[in-house]
Ligand binder design. Structure first.
Ligand SMILES: Nc1ncnc2c1ncn2[C@@H]1O[C@H](COP(=O)(O)OP(=O)(O)OP(=O)(O)O)[C@@H](O)[C@H]1O
Ligand SMILES: [Mg+2]
Length: 485
């Protein structure tokens, strides 16, 4: 295998238009190349998993997955193949995007047989040159490659298409999805496709904002605005300029601050704490949440008017278990990333290892998968990754497993189930709250609030006029599972 040069490998044409496919294949064969064809990117990816090709010639705007997304997906492969993109509409933006994604050429249809053959020869000589295994990767900004969104899932591709469509506007976007699904990645993607990709990208974690300083963090303060305000402070909104401001975990924002944020969004201007003149806001707001905000609204934890303000365009990232086809793709992508970070040659997964990964529950979604692959890469030490290297199903995972497996007595409330899950996870990780929150897919703040709630119920039970609101039995069982305090 290693002796094969890219010239000898066949060229794969990926185009959903059967006539275009046939014509391109004919052109290539006439020029002395070996050509094969696939009707779409998914078929191409499936074939690439089994066969080797020296070059791909891919149409940009195909229905289920476009050429640019295919290049992103290809980056996850150990053997990177050079890609020529072809397009019928052709725009400067698309051409730039294609080259940034790592295409080695971008051809506008119709093109002559000669120019096509010349482009193919150039691509092949590039990939043969210096014996480099990855011409595609060399042309990619490493940072961009790191942040590429790897997927082949139709729903996810639709989310990306919507994101690209809304990116060049100033409309507020709300990104929702479970923990570790790639919400921050999507926010950065929107910024990159936005009106000012070169402008600042400022992210704020609303759950980590200290209550007392939150307002000045976001909106800034004037010198002397309060004790300790020794100098003027520029807030995050102002820092973002004409770029993007990302409000992560927006559901955790204290209500008082929500009111102020609403005002800022309505009036498009900020008042620094203790400040005089209002300052116009130019930044595009991207809000992120890992819970269902409409439920938080119903529960009184989030202002309804603010919810409607930020929910202009909403993008929901499906959890990994709902897009199992992405698991092998992402696993290979991460394996390659960790191998190349360690300057190790690319390895591979055994079929059993991939199968095991596909069966996983992935509560922590892509992040959990990434961590599992990182561990496996270390353990496998350059060899093929086997099931034993994956070390799946840690203690806390089995708690989740047990809780979800149906061994629950009838009549158990959701509240009690949640409590058991939380307490079980906590004990599974030796009361490490950060880790427990991660596994549970909730923020530390939420975890803290839940624990406080359980303590209060236990306290209420102990008090003479106990357990108003919720059933006494629940309060009693809450008391049983609580750590001593
Ligand atoms: N489709 C994807 N392709 C490549 N990497 C991904 C993808 N989705 C997620 N990741 C990686 O998974 C990790 C988690 O992603 P990210 O931080 O964006 O998730 P998140 O939804 O913001 O998580 P949390 O809710 O815990 O904050 C990151 O390392 C990110 O690069
Ligand atoms: Mg995040």
């Amino acid at each position: 295998m290693g002796a094969l040069t890219p010239e000898r490998l066949p060229i794969l044409i990926v185009d959903h238009d059967p006539r275009a496919r046939a014509a391109l294949a004919q052109d290539l064969r006439a020029a002395g190349f070996d050509a094969e064809a696939a009707a779409g990117c998914r078929e191409a990816l499936a074939r690439l998993a089994r066969e080797r090709f020296g070059l791909l010639v891919v149409a940009v705007g195909m229905p289920e997955m476009g050429g640019i997304e295919l290049i992103a997906a290809l980056r996850s492969r150990a053997a990177a193949v050079p890609v020529i993109l072809t397009s019928v509409r052709g725009s400067v933006d698309e051409a730039v995007e294609a080259m940034q994604a790592g295409a080695c050429d971008y051809l506008l249809k119709p093109f002559t047989r000669e120019s096509f053959a010349a482009s193919v020869r150039k691509a092949l000589s590039l990939s043969a040159g210096e014996g480099a295994p990855a011409p595609v990767r060399r042309s990619v900004d490493p940072d961009l490659a790191q942040r590429a969104i790897i997927t082949q899932d139709p729903r996810m591709l639709e989310v990306l298409a919507t994101a690209r469509q809304v990116a060049p506007s100033s409309a507020t976007v709300l990104i929702a999805g479970e923990s570790g699904t790639g919400k921050e990645l999507l926010a950065a993607y929107i910024h990159r496709h936005g009106l000012a990709p070169g402008a600042p990208y400022v992210a704020v974690n609303c759950a980590a904002l200290p209550d007392t300083l939150a307002e000045s963090e976001l909106f800034g303060h004037e010198r002397g605005a309060f004790t300790g305000a020794v100098a003027r402070k520029v807030g995050k909104f102002e820092l973002a300029g004409k770029g993007s401001i990302v409000l992560d975990e927006i559901g955790e924002m204290p209500l008082a601050l929500q009111a102020k944020l609403l005002r800022v969004l309505q009036q498009r201007e900020i008042d620094r704490v203790g400040g005089g003149m209002p300052i116009p806001v130019a930044a595009r707001v991207i809000a992120i949440t890992n819970r269902d905000l409409s439920q938080t609204v119903a529960a009184g934890g989030f202002r309804e008017d603010l919810y409607y303000r930020i929910n202009v365009i909403s993008l929901r990232i499906p959890p990994l278990r709902e897009r199992p086809g992405d698991i092998p793709l992402l696993a290979r992508h991460f394996m390659e990333k960790f191998n190349s970070q360690a300057h190790r040659p690319a390895a591979s997964f055994s079929a059993e290892a991939i199968e095991l990964l596909c069966r996983g529950r992935w509560k922590g979604n892509v992040r959990e998968l990434e961590n599992a692959v990182e561990r496996a890469v270390l353990l496998a030490d350059g060899q093929t990754i086997l099931p034993r290297h994956l070390q799946l199903a840690p203690a806390a995972g089995s708690t989740v497993e047990a809780a979800a497996s149906g061994g629950i007595p009838l009549g158990t409330t959701v509240w009690e189930m949640e409590r058991q899950l939380i307490m079980g996870t906590l004990s599974g990780v030796q009361n490490n709250r950060t880790r427990a929150a991660e596994l549970l897919g909730i923020s530390i703040r939420t975890l803290r609030n839940k624990l406080k709630e359980y303590r209060e119920h236990a306290g209420a039970l102990a008090a003479p006029k106990a357990a108003k609101g919720r059933g006494t039995e629940i309060a009693a069982s809450a008391a049983r599972g609580l750590p001593a305090h």
